[in-house]
Ligand binder design. Structure first.
Ligand code: ADP
Ligand code: MG
Length: 591
């Protein structure tokens, strides 16, 4: 249970600020995360680790010589936004390219992917290395779908050492992927973790039980078993990891016995007393093993065992010196180079003047009212959505949606106050949503709202058909970005029925609010029907069967939000005969 906090929703930001202050000799805070205190004297590949908060020392604790050049720091258990990734990359980049490295989670893949696209358009060489070490999260035949857990540490370490050595971007990426392909982890938990400010843990295990294969966000594991003795636990973990020994693997291994947050070092040493002899008995040499807290999960009680099979390339990188706030090994060269600038990098979001017609400004006020209505209902539903997400996901859906909609409402209100039309108001709302919510639903809602706004434009209040076109653009963008199909058990299952029902209704000349409410009812029914589906996309996928019988949280929140937004969007939608659909404005255009 987290006891020390102010406003729980500010916990991650306040923790980052405190961390950067105490370690100001090694790191400095920038928009979106932190980077090394000193910029390199010569261009070097910037290795940027990332992911949600709550995993310290992952990821910001690993910034420093021989390790990461920066960390993109999301909210607790929530992927950072694309904007955050972009801005950390801009602060860390020194002319030799950037590699984002992170555990394989849908929200991270999308956000780092979008940031990479943006960096590439600016001519910065950028790559992504995903970590997929969690053997409990998918069978070997689907190893690319596995999550990243404590194996993050080994993969990041290898890449950080290679970059420090002067390897170029392609080489750093090759070595990182190789390390990942030779790394396997199995986790287990004895008790759930609790979000700061939450009254109960994200998940609970029956007394005297252990969850095998649990994810670092509390994603349910393979199965629960009676609490074993330390010896039995060690045997189980070793057997499971060695069962996945890569083909042609050597006999020298890096080993991490990792505590998940509230498991004591002494307990880990007791467990090590079984793990190490078993590995040695298999003929392995344990190269600089680590026993401690390296990738945690708030205050979760539990452990994970990671093995990386080393070869002549990987071993020197694993053993190379490093000096970071949370981890020191050997004699790392003290940082040279120049002191980084104190000011936050330009994030490209500088205020521009808005151009809009009065009609569009009038409609923009209705859009803000729609977002405010969404805000009220999401605040009411926060707990419930979180509980739904905890069934097979990580429990952050309620909090993510609330953070997103709060930021969207503030940004929309600000843009409206500065004279923006409906298109710009919704685009600003979308960008703020994506930036502040993070996570999978955050990036999708944010990009969807921006597309909605761009389709509306800033020249007129939309006719019903133009509103339908904007809804369709919202749906298209989310499908394009998330690549989920109908039946994958995601928000798309509520969204597509909504979009087609609304367009159909409007096409038949049904009064817009009526058409919207009809569509919202279809979306709500479709969201409920997701209870019968197995999730095929997103965080819940690895434990698909756990969610059978429970509706998808993202589909549920979408149907709920659309229902309350409707009256605002439709009341002001002009029903005229011309029905001219405003042309989509180019991305970012202020006109
Ligand atoms: P995260 O999964 O990053 O923790 P949230 O918990 O906020 O993010 O959102 C989870 C919801 O996101 C799921 O319930 C699902 O509706 C939606 N989702 C996940 N992956 C996709 C995807 N690829 N496309 C569309 N929606 C998705
Ligand atoms: Mg979630």
């Amino acid at each position: 249970m987290t006891k020390i906090f102010n406003d729980p929703s500010e916990f991650a930001e306040e923790a980052l600020a405190g961390f950067c202050d105490v370690h100001s000799d090694l790191v400095r805070q920038v928009a979106g995360g932190a980077v090394r205190r000193y910029r390199p004297a010569q261009p070097k590949v910037a290795v940027l680790a990332g992911g949600g908060s709550g995993h310290y020392p992952a990821f910001a604790g690993l910034i420093g010589s021989g390790f990461a050049d920066g960390a993109v720091v999301g909210n607790i258990f929530t992927s950072p936004s694309a904007q955050q990734a972009y801005s950390v990359a801009k602060a860390a980049e020194s002319g030799a390219g950037v590699v984002f490295t992170y555990g394989n989670y849908a929200g991270d893949v999308m956000n780092f992917g979008m940031a990479s696209e943006r960096l590439a358009t600016e001519g910065i060489a950028v790559e992504n290395v995903l970590v997929t070490d969690d053997i409990a999260s998918a069978p070997p035949s689907e190893s690319a779908k596995r999550r990243g857990i404590a194996g993050d540490f080994t993969v990041f370490k290898v890449m950080g050492a290679a970059a420090e050595d002067g390897a170029d971007l392609a080489e750093v990426v090759r070595l990182g992927r190789k390390a990942n392909s030779l790394t396997r982890t199995i986790g287990s938990a004895f008790a759930g973790c609790t979000f700061p400010g939450a009254e109960s843990p994200l998940f609970t295990l029956p007394d005297g039980q252990m969850g095998l294969g649990l994810g670092i966000h509390g994603e349910p594991g393979l199965h629960d078993t009676d609490l074993p003795s330390a010896r039995e636990l060690g045997q189980e973990l070793v057997a499971r990891v060695l069962a996945e020994t890569p083909p042609n693997a050597g006999k020298r291994i890096a080993v991490i016995l990792n505590g998940l947050g509230s498991t004591k070092h002494e307990e880990l040493f007791v467990l090590w007393g079984t793990v190490a002899p078993l590995l040695r008995a298999e003929g392995y040499t344990l190269v600089m093993p680590e026993v401690g807290e390296l990738v945690t999960s708030l205050d979760m009680a539990g452990v994970s065992l990671t093995v990386t099979w080393l070869d002549e390339e990987l071993e020197p990188l694993w053993t190379a010196p490093a000096e970071t706030p949370a981890y020191r090994r050997g004699n790392a060269a003290r940082e040279a180079g120049t002191l980084g600038a104190e000011e936050a990098p330009d994030d490209g979001a500088s205020a521009a003047a808005f151009v809009a017609t009065d009609a569009s400004r009038g409609y923009a006020a209705a859009c803000l009212a729609a977002i405010e209505a969404a805000r009220t209902s999401l605040h009411d539903a926060e707990e419930r959505l979180g509980r739904m997400d905890a069934i097979a996901g990580d429990g952050d859906h309620g909090r993510g949606m609330v953070r997103g909609v709060d930021a969207a409402a503030a940004a929309a209100s600000d843009a409206l106050g500065r004279g923006a039309g409906a298109g710009d108001v919704l685009a600003a709302a979308g960008d703020a949503w994506a930036d502040k919510a993070g996570g999978t639903s955050g990036v999708l809602w944010g990009a969807g709202l921006r597309a909605f706004g761009e389709t509306l434009g800033n020249t007129s209040a939309p006719a019903p058909s133009a509103l339908a076109a904007a809804v369709t653009a919202f749906a298209d963008r989310i499908v394009q970005l998330g690549k989920a199909e109908k039946g994958d058990k995601t928000m798309v299952d509520a969204l597509l029925p909504f979009a087609s029902a609304f367009s159909r209704g409007v096409g038949y000349g049904v009064e817009p609010n009526q058409a919207w409410q009809d569509a919202a009812r279809e979306a709500a029914a479709a969201a409920e029907a997701t209870a019968d589906l197995l999730p095929l996309k997103g965080r819940a996928r690895p434990l698909a069967e756990k969610s059978l019988g429970a509706a998808d949280p993202g589909a549920t929140s979408l149907a709920m939000v659309f229902a309350v937004m409707g009256p605002h969007f439709t009341a002001a939608a002009v029903r005229n005969a011309e029905e001219t659909v405003p042309a989509a404005a180019p991305a970012g255009a202020k006109q």
